[in-house]
Design a binder for this molecule. Structure first.
Ligand SMILES: Nc1ncnc2c1ncn2[C@@H]1O[C@H](COP(=O)(O)OP(=O)(O)O)[C@@H](O)[C@H]1O
Ligand SMILES: [Mg+2]
Length: 226
């Protein structure tokens, strides 16, 4: 049997300027930063659609429930990979691509880089396999820019404890797990430094949001209004 190449799986990478994502370990401040960015954009009459992973469609939200529930501690890491990819495939094809084709802006709270970091570097699944399945699920859709908000795992743990937040199945992974994941994100940034931007997350939220805003303004050609 002939070998299947990546090119046969995906005809071409699809990049839309209006599509960006946020990445980082849990409690790094992704949701906080996305909300601050949405506020800034709304002053400029830009109202992106926000999607979260896993989730964002009826099917994907059901899969999210299975993935995050602490009832399923027996879950095999390969099952976990396929469930994330199944949720993503549905979100990409049902929602994200149709919105981008209409010219809407879309912001993703996590996208396939999380699978590379969590299931690849975190769980230790073969990185090449993860890359191929990521490509297959997304049909080559790639964020135009990704903001990786970087904080140390012990700092994330402190934030979690001060919030008294109940941990989901993935969050229960422990410090070692999150150290591998963080390394994974940093590796991605080395491979794709222009798309995957490392943002120092151990600073006041306003300062971080200012840095993100400067980048967004220049890429989306947003003019400051007085
Ligand atoms: N820059 C920051 N400095 C200190 N605490 C922060 C900062 N950004 C967010 N937080 C707090 O950390 C917690 C996790 O933030 P959140 O935005 O929900 O992270 P994520 O979406 O990455 O899990 C929240 O309690 C939030 O208020
Ligand atoms: Mg969040």
């Amino acid at each position: 049997m002939a070998k299947l190449t990546l090119n046969q799986l995906v005809n071409e990478m699809k990049i839309y300027k209006n599509f960006i994502s946020f990445e980082g370990i849990d409690f790094s401040g992704k949701t906080t930063q996305i909300q601050m960015l949405l506020n800034r954009l709304s002053y400029h009459q830009i109202k992106p659609v926000l999607v979260r992973e896993p989730g964002g469609t009826t099917i994907s939200e059901k899969i999210r429930h299975i993935l995050l529930s602490t009832d399923y501690s027996e879950m095999n890491e390969r099952t976990e990979l396929f469930l994330y990819e199944a949720a993503r495939a549905q979100l990409v094809h049902q929602k994200i691509i149709p919105l981008l084709e209409k010219g809407e802006y879309v912001i993703a709270d996590r996208f396939y880089d999380s699978t590379t970091a969590y299931q690849g570097y975190g769980r230790g699944l073969d990185l090449k396999v993860v890359e191929v399945i990521n490509l297959f699920a997304t049909a080559g859709l790639q964020p135009y820019l990704t903001f990786f908000i970087d904080i140390a795992p012990d700092q994330a743990e402190e934030r979690q404890q001060s919030n008294r937040h109940e941990k989901d199945r993935l969050e229960k992974g422990g410090l070692d797990f999150f150290t591998h994941i963080r390394r994974g994100f940093l590796e991605i940034s080395k491979r794709e430094p222009e798309r995957f931007l490392v943002i120092q997350g151990d600073r006041p939220a306003l300062e971080i949001s200012e840095e993100i805003w400067i980048t967004i303004k220049s890429h989306w050609k947003i003019k400051d209004t007085q």
